[in-house]
Design a protein. Structure first.
Lengths: 416, 1018
């Protein structure tokens, strides 16, 4: 019995001492390997990693925007049930739309802010530092994507920016990217500069500054093309994978719109329901014509190219230049010679048609639509019946509102 | 001052150490013993389970089924002996025991409905009788309840039995979770689930899911009701102060059954329950109109073939395939309970299996518990507890899942019916995703837990008690979500190649607790009592998660992730440590006037650490309270005939809610990049952090009166509470444009919960052959978001949330919508508000329950529990989807069902070219922002339980071999529901893990259970 008493006492006392002493030392120090503490990041040495991560952030946003824009401007139909995503198909996107905030506004904001944050770092060799070139390039694209899609934008918690302000910000970023990338002179630096040149041309065109657009477009070297790289990593598909394929395979969300089910044009690759065994998420969306442009998670998505620069230059230059490019593109893609009207409006419409095919599902059509609403055809028509039953009719939006999460929480945007 | 405490902590520890060590080695050789019986003063029947305590010692005796007790190793002298048993007035007497003498002392106890002499152990130090407690600690005698009520888990035990404790089932699936809210909800971003303790050890409150819809499994379901003696609920900060900076949502203490010290007995109980579970719900049919193609003679649609174009057809897939089965339970339990002169033991084993009403839903629980109490001498008592259990929950693919049982069936269209024999939708939502495909999906959570605790009580003198508790809850969960490989392409994407996701969650929680209590009596006739207590408590929690996913299997049998063609994995680990020092001073006068002063100082590894400091700040939690048993004052004598007892009490106290691990830190998020074609590690800003982060502070004032009247046959407790939570730990919503992935926690805002709680117990009839007891419980709740910060200090947060919104002046998470202003039936124009407006509550503002129990001829007992909730709404997202997104419902397609006005209210203006809804400012909007028709009143009254129990008389049991007693019960659960809610069940929610969501979306309603329960006592 005495031994038991002693054992109890010794245990109790030992534990008591342990707890008390522990409290005085590092008892409250814990391991938490889930967390990357900011203090562990070296802004200078880790800048290339931060810049590359920020570029990937834009790649993430780019995939989302290409998909949602495809619904909004009629490249594809919404083949899923989410009411929030159907709002894009109906051109009636509410500021309370959770997908709008989570899939679009959030990712483009992260892309913009993370690239801007790299530019805020004080890095060595600022005129040639490739991290600056990279971050400036994708900061520019972040502004450009925002400007083409959102009616009003915001950068890093600041005040509301109108379209012109967003485009001006994009121009400044692209110019910095071109300058630093060119001065860097490595293959990577030059590539970034060329990406930025295409972005600059596109931005100037969107801003209505045709001369500057032409100049920038002409500066893009022949044959240049750059695609955002994606990977098939099962654990990182939302961050590293091709969004179009993810939402084709895993969610059955994207049906090629009837206007783009064009046989014989190699630029628009799709599969009929008989050619695949996938099913749409929402069967009421009709036969499931899946896109075949991005047939895998690791299929890249073209961001910038000399071809795009050519379209920009042609649009900004003249109807004749447009006709020349139309002819070239038709010939290159087994299409008959254009025989339609040569009136500027008709030619522009045909130019947009050819551009729509060349850049199908590449996230460029919304900018084209906002710039040339009459020339971009097959966009869902305001007031028309939505293609799926039960939903309200198609609205008349041309751009997307800021999300409630932004207007609710940004003190620089009074009253939303 | 607080730093000084840290400085002096070693000294304090040394003092306590000395007190423990420097105990005189008393001569134990010369001791006496005490034995006797305890009987009912009215009937003379022996009272089983009464506790006999010898004051100033650790000695305890518990009566056996013959009412007998025995206590040995008593030091000679004059003893104060007290006897306690729930439902009886406590008795005390003095007894002199001489060395070597065996003294016999018998007690008779009188039944009472008053609870003043009950003992509570949760949230208290010092005098543990309820009469001394300033704040309410509700107590539920589970052992009695479990024999008769159709309960199978802790959630059902708590449901509708304690005012202020609101329990809500997430779904009707077997094994799914329940949310528990005590006195409303205080925290916006942190959990509002109470802390769970078992015998003083904090255990896992986890609710896990393998990723199926909105359903979660619940670690509370693991606990075998057979093992529970009682449950005590600490409702709020006024009582929970001693549980520290994490207890503001309340504390549930589960007290397991113990052995019968001193009973010299051994009693076994065998429990066998069988039940049937009936879904008791007819799912709504789907409707559709036949097209020209579908009516053709070659059509594969059997409903439309040969019909006229436009014919409205109807299909009910769940009924057609007979999806719901009759579920069942087969539960088996064994307990052994007994003890000798200085030891007691309780052993239990259980094997329970429930088959839900959907084919692939089941819950199994197997467990073993042993509790041993040992009193080696009058100063020491050691209690050891060990619980080893395994549970496995198989959840049906359902709930917030458009392809699940309810989703696939309720969102399908009859126009897709197909009798060709080829894979098709055939009336379901998913392609080729019907019975077999849904049934083949495996969603399971298997949990293995070991809970161990040691409590040593050491009483070196009659005025000094030390209680040391150490214990752990170690759980290992295996989560599986498996889609079998198939050829008809039943699922989407890679799932069809076979897809197996495995998660392994290791959860360890350790509790170390010391409490020293010194008491003395002063003045003539021991007029004054002083009780000083102090101690410390530490809780350490570690969570380690490993996950792996693979797809592409050769066979479904060989489906370990290693056999997958494509694999990925992940791992995470987190740790949190809390440390608290507590102290309490209790002063009493003549054992009827009590004042308590107390406090606790907490530190937590998750608090922010300011630059230049190396340790988290302290968090001080004070409390004060008073209790006055006024009925024992002389001046009360004129009222004594009216009120048997009356007590006033008031308490104020403070607790907190600690942030999650790492919440204070400025962090980056791992963000790999693949810009060169290979994945590389990357990082992007995640959370700006907050080095000032501290716990939420909840303070509560409560006051009440407990009284017994009508000859001690009616007792009533009325409590007013006002709980105020400041410095809310709010994941402050940042504008997304800032580019952070996470919202930083900040201490912003204030929430108030106030209300009145009532418990009334009335023994309306008390005759030898007829006893009628009525219990009424109820509470009101006013939950209000007082503040979302302060503009002057720059902490102001705007209202946030789109369906459940947080707006100052309203309930947390109130439903919002663009409220309809006007419906013009002539033009079809429906005018709505310009902005989201608060529409209704999500938390009930009134809950009540009534239990009637009638006992006839002593052995037949009938009991019925009716409960109700009112003052809240439920978002009927199922109907919203069926009517406005996928047009399936009769309401939408059969234009004769709803009035034009109601159709305009639900669907908006149908006129081509016109917007569905028009805001007052002229802008158009859609039904996605005008949902008031689907935010439906959830008020209900439910006949929760009815039971009929027959107790085998001892005289009869004696003729049946070794049997000494038994009960036979037939009981029903969820027998009737009265509500205006348009969905199947206003109690279920499709977002079980969400803090503030009362939404039903393809959620299985609560089923009806009929249980036949037997208990055989040997």
């Amino acid at each position: 019995m005495t031994n038991i008493q002693r054992a109890v006492r010794v245990s109790a006392v030992g534990a008591l001492i342990g707890v008390s002493l522990g409290a005085c030392a590092d008892f409250l120090t814990v391991k938490n390997p889930n967390i990357i503490n900011a203090s562990a990041i070296d802004p200078v040495n880790d800048a290339p990693t931060l810049a590359a991560s920020a570029q990937q952030n834009y790649a993430v946003a780019f995939g989302w925007f290409a998909m949602y824009q495809s619904w909004f401007v009629g490249e594809a139909l919404v083949a899923e049930t989410f009411p929030t995503r159907n709002e894009f198909g109906r051109r009636e996107v509410l500021n309370t739309n959770g997908s709008h905030n989570g899939d679009l506004w959030g990712p483009i904001s992260v892309a913009l802010a993370s690239n801007a944050a790299v530019l805020d770092l004080e890095l060595p060799d600022p005129t040639t530092n490739i991290s600056y070139a990279r971050a400036a390039t994708f900061k520019g694209y972040s502004f450009l994507t925002m400007a083409e899609s959102f009616c009003v934008g915001v950068s890093r918690g600041g005040p509301a920016l109108n379209t012109a302000q967003m485009l001006d910000s994009a121009v400044a970023s692209f110019q910095q990217a071109i300058s630093v990338g060119t001065a860097n002179a490595t293959a990577g630096g030059v590539q970034l500069a060329n990406i930025a040149k295409v972005g600059l041309a596109r931005t100037q065109l969107q801003a209505g500054r045709n001369a500057q657009a032409i100049a920038a477009a002409q500066s893009v070297p022949a044959g240049f093309t750059f695609s955002m790289t994606y990977l098939d990593d099962p654990a990182q598909r939302t961050r590293l994978g091709n969004r179009m394929w993810q939402f084709t395979l895993d969610r059955g969300s994207i049906t090629v719109a009837p206007a783009f089910r064009i046989d014989g044009d190699p630029r628009i690759r799709f599969k009929t329901p008989a050619q695949h065994n996938l099913a749409p998420q929402d069967p009421s969306s009709g036969p499931f014509f899946i896109q075949d442009k991005y047939p895998a998670f690791n299929t890249g998505m073209r961001l910038a190219s000399k071809l795009e620069a050519d379209y920009i230059e042609a649009e900004a230059t003249s109807t004749a230049a447009q006709l020349a490019l139309i002819a070239a593109r038709r010939a290159a893609n087994n299409q008959p010679v254009y025989g339609g009207s040569t009136a500027p409006a008709a030619v522009l419409t045909e130019l947009m048609e050819q551009k729509g095919r060349d850049f199908y599902l590449e996230g460029k059509r919304m900018g084209d639509f906002r710039r040339n609403p009459a020339a971009v055809l097959n966009v869902p028509v305001p007031g028309s019946t939505y293609f799926k039953p039960g939903f309200s009719q198609v609205g008349n939006q041309t751009c997307w509102p800021l999300t409630l999460q932004e207007t609710d929480n940004n003190p620089n945007i009074p009253n939303g | 001052m607080l730093r000084a405490l840290r400085t002096y902590l070693p000294s304090l520890a040394a003092a306590l150490l000395a007190a423990v060590i420097l105990v005189p080695e008393a001569a134990l050789a010369q001791t006496g013993s005490l034995a006797g019986s305890v009987t009912d003063a009215t009937s003379g029947a022996p009272i089983n389970g009464a506790t006999v305590l010898i004051g100033g010692t650790a000695l305890v005796g518990v009566t056996n089924d013959r009412g007998e007790y025995s206590i040995a190793n008593i030091r000679p002298g004059l003893l104060l002996v007290s006897v306690q048993r729930i439902g009886f007035k406590a008795r005390g007497d003095s007894v002199r025991v001489a060395a070597g003498e065996r003294v016999t002392k018998n007690f008779t106890l009188s039944a009472t409905v008053s609870t003043l002499s009950e003992v509570v152990v949760t949230g208290v130090t010092g005098n543990t009788q309820r009469r001394a407690q300033a704040a309410v600690v509700a107590s539920l005698p589970v052992a009695e309840l479990a024999r008769q009520a159709p309960i199978q888990n802790v959630g059902e035990i708590l449901q509708s039995r304690l005012p202020g404790v609101s329990v809500n089932a997430s779904s009707g699936s077997a094994g799914s979770s329940k949310s528990i809210r005590i006195r409303g909800a205080s925290s916006i971003s942190l959990s509002n689930q109470p802390l769970i303790f078992i015998d003083g050890i904090r255990v896992s409150e986890a609710q896990n899911s393998p990723g199926v819809g909105g359903q979660l499994t619940d670690r509370l379901n693991d606990i075998n009701p057979d093992d529970i003696e009682s449950i005590e609920v600490v409702k709020g900060p006024a009582a929970a102060t001693l549980y520290g900076a994490d207890a503001s949502a309340g504390v549930i203490q589960i007290i397991t059954k113990k052995g019968k010290l001193g009973s010299n007995s051994f009693q076994q109980t065998v429990r066998i329950d069988v039940s049937t579970i009936d879904q008791n719900w007819t799912p709504p049919s789907n409707f559709g109109n036949c097209s020209a193609a579908l009516v053709a003679a070659t059509s594969t649609n059997p409903l439309c073939r040969g019909q006229a174009v436009g014919t409205l057809i109807e299909d009910n897939p769940l009924e057609r395939i007979n999806a719901f089965r009759t579920g069942s339970e087969r539960n088996f339990g064994w307990t052994g309970r007994g003890g000798g002169s200085n030891y007691g033991y309780f052993l239990s084993a259980t094997s329970d299996k429930t088959l839900g009403t959907l084919p692939n839903n089941s819950f199994e629980r197997t467990g073993f518990r042993s509790n041993v109490d040992f009193v080696p001498d009058a100063r020491i008592k050691v209690a050891l507890g060990l619980n080893v259990l395994q549970s496995e929950t198989a959840l049906p693919d359902n709930d917030n899942n458009i392809y699940g049982w309810l989703g696939g069936a309720l969102l399908g269209s009859p126009t897709t019916r197909n009798d060709s024999g080829n894979p098709s939708q055939d009336g379901f939502f998913g392609f080729a995703r019907q019975f077999e495909a849904i049934n083949s999906i495996q969603n399971s959570v298997q949990s293995r837990r070991t809970q161990a605790n040691v409590t040593a009580t050491y009483q070196p003198t009659d005025w000094f008690t030390n209680r040391f508790t150490v214990g752990a809850d170690l759980s290992r969960d295996e989560l599986t979500r498996f889609f079998p490989r198939n050829t008809p392409q039943q699922y989407v994407g890679n799932l069809n190649t076979g897809d197996n996701t495995q998660d392994r969650i290791g959860f360890d929680r350790f509790t170390i607790d010391y409490l020293g209590s010194m008491r003395t009596a002063l003045g003539s006739e021991d007029q004054w009592g002083v009780n000083l207590s102090g101690g410390l408590q530490s809780i350490i929690t570690r969570t380690d998660v490993t996950s792996a996913t693979g797809f592409g299997f050769t066979t479904n049998a060989a489906n370990s992730v290693n056999n997958a063609s494509t694999r990925s994995g992940g791992q995470s680990f987190s740790e949190q440590k809390a440390l608290g020092y507590l102290g309490e001073l209790q002063l009493s006068s003549r054992d009827r006037r009590f004042i308590q002063l107390g406090g606790r100082i907490d530190q937590n590894s998750s608090f922010g650490v300011r630059a230049g400091e190396d340790i988290p700040p302290y968090f001080f939690l004070p409390k004060i309270g008073a209790s006055w048993v006024i009925s024992e004052e002389r001046f009360f004598d004129p009222l004594a005939s009216l009120f048997t007892s009356m007590r006033f009490r008031a308490a104020w106290g403070s607790t907190g809610r600690s942030p999650n691990p790492g919440a204070s830190l400025t962090t980056f998020s791992a963000a790999p990049f693949a810009i060169t074609g290979t994945a590389q590690s990357g990082a992007i800003p995640n959370n700006p952090g907050n080095d000032s982060l501290k716990a939420e502070r909840g303070t509560e004032f409560e006051a009440g009166v407990d009284l017994a009247t009508w000859n001690d046959r009616i007792s009533m407790e009325v409590t007013y509470f006002n709980k105020n939570t400041k410095d809310l730990l709010l994941a402050r919503p940042l504008p997304p444009s800032l580019g952070f992935l996470g919202n930083p926690f900040a201490n912003i805002g204030e929430v108030s919960n106030s209300g009145i709680e009532l418990t009334l117990t009335a023994n309306l009839l008390r005759t030898s052959n007829l006893d009628w007891e009525l219990r009424i419980g109820g509470n009101t709740l006013k939950n209000e978001l007082i503040s979302l910060g302060d503009s002057a200090s720059g902490t102001k947060v705007n209202p946030f949330g789109t369906l459940n919104r947080f707006t100052e002046g309203f309930q947390l998470g109130s439903f919002v919508t663009k409220t309809i202003r006007n419906i013009n039936e002539a033009t079809g124009v429906v005018t709505v508000a310009d902005t989201l407006e608060v529409f209704d509550n999500i938390l009930p503002t009134l809950e009540w329950n009534v239990t009637n129990t009638v006992t006839v001829f002593k052995n037949f007992r009938v009991s019925a529990l009716l409960d109700a909730k009112a003052g809240f709404s439920v978002y009927n997202n199922t109907d919203f989807f069926r009517e406005t997104q996928l047009v399936r419902s009769a309401n939408r397609l059969d234009t004769t069902i709803l009035s034009r006005r109601e159709r305009l209210r639900r669907y908006g203006n149908p006129t081509p070219g016109q917007p569905a809804f028009v805001q007052e400012n002229g802008r158009p909007t859609t039904v996605n922002e005008v949902r008031e028709a689907y935010i439906q009143k959830g008020d209900f009254i439910r006949l929760r339980e009815v039971s009929l129990t027959y107790s085998l008389p001892r005289s009869l049991a004696g003729r049946l071999g070794p049997l000494s007693g038994g009960t036979f019960t037939i009981a029903g659960q969820n027998l009737a529901l009265w509500t205006d809610y348009e969905g199947p069940d206003p109690e279920v929610t499709s977002a079980a893990g969400a803090q503030f969501a009362r939404e039903e979306f393809l959620t299985q309603p609560n089923p009806r259970r009929i249980v036949f329960k037997t208990n055989f006592i040997f």
